[in-house]
Design a protein around this ligand. Sequence first.
Ligand code: AKG
Ligand code: FE2
Length: 394
Amino acid sequence: MQETEYKVIVKRYTDKARYPLFLIKMSEPKLWPGETDEAHPEIFNTIPPQPKVLKPGQLTEEKVKQFFDQGFLVVEKFFQPEELNSAIDAINTLVEELAQKLYNGGKIKSLYSECGFYERLTNLEKEFPGANILLHKLGKLPQAFRDIWGNERLLNLAEQLLGTADLAGNPVWNLRTKTPQSEAATVPWHQDAAYLDNDAYKVFLLTAWIPLLDANATNGCMQVVRSGHKSGKIARHVGCWRDTWYLSLVEEDAEKKLGFTFDKDTITCPVPFGGLLLLNNVVPHRSLDNFSDKIRWSLDLRWQDANKSVGFFGLKNGVQMRSSSDPNFKIDWETFDAVSRHDKQFESMNTVEEEFDTTIPGPWMKQWELVHHNRHTKALEKQDGSSWHNLIVG
Ligand SMILES: O=C(O)CCC(=O)C(=O)O
Ligand SMILES: [Fe+2]
């Protein structure tokens, strides 16, 4: 249903019949663009034809089966420490640049140069709450991140699971800056497709979640609902969780619609340094709070069939990484990086990002009911076209 149609209904009921709003809600089951009855189990459950000879990085038959059965897989050993250490160096540079910027802007009194990789951002954050969000919003990919994303062994793995040699990186990638006890970095239960447009409900995105330390239940590793992708459906999400930009699954709806119980099917997934967690975009997952005194850094990177929609509301294209017709295909990172996803997200919400702006507005907020407004959803409150959210949420 279009927003305009909905507004007409709201107007009709509120002006004329003066129906209480909850009746309007009950009478129209499909109010939110993200909410559909679609089911694409075959896309997320079918093992593609497998290579006869495995390339480096590819998984055994048993592991592939496990991934498609459970919707996730922990690979304990994948990277050599050197491969991740260059990402750590690159992040240290980014933190240094952020500290300088905050310092020169008069936002902090110390650069905390003496602190290490797992502590420095926490100190910046204490003086300037939201410093971790500034880093999370980082638009550009340092070379070390490109090297990980375009890593030949990882691309072999993506090719094996996606069943195509036409591979693209999806524009939604993240550096997670999970400082201790920070609400902004604890991501509640969700299905990744809920953050994208409805095209993503029928395109398999493969995520590799790569921690830059031993991630465990104390420092906020991930939890996944085992086999929560089986139905191939997306359950109801609502926004925005606490003081964040996150959507969260409506748990009762998810259990009913997707056919599992959180109690029985939740699996905690510690991942050692050098390992990774693979996910599809339909399996529900969340991250735990970070109760340790170290920053739980991680990267999440996504691949898909280059010929399919990236599902990002037309805001940014993917980055092609392999071509079935050109074995010497070269990745054009420059074109990809020239478009800032976060700028586009602000634009899509008709709002302007200010300096030191620690909010993250984005189009997913228009896909689902907003049951809670906060500073991240402000842009939506201001917009004429979306004031219908407030009519319902109150
Ligand atoms: O790293 C986190 O805390 C959340 C990651 C996540 O939801 C994802 O990679 O899809
Ligand atoms: Fe996610």
